[in-house]
Design a protein around this ligand. Structure first.
Ligand SMILES: [Zn+2]
Length: 69
């Protein structure tokens, strides 16, 4: 889920990058904004983009898997 959320994340203010670190049973993901990005400086709220990424990741999951979580 963390990997698909990071992959679905989209910043409209910079050419961001994301990384996914996966170990057995654990997947960590983070998004890195460009240094001048207003999201990084706190001028623009990052919550809407994060919400859209989670919704897109959930929508991309097979229905059966969604029901189990
Ligand atoms: Zn950004």
């Amino acid at each position: 889920m963390a990997a698909s959320t990071a992959a679905a994340y989209s910043c409209g203010h910079c050419a961001f990058t994301h990384i996914v670190v996966a170990r057995p049973g654990v997947a960590l993901a983070d998004v890195f904004h460009d240094p001048g990005c207003p999201v990084l400086r706190g001028v623009v709220d990052r919550a809407p983009a994060a919400r859209r990424a989670v919704i897109a990741a959930l929508a991309a999951q097979p229905a059966r898997k969604r029901l189990r979580q």
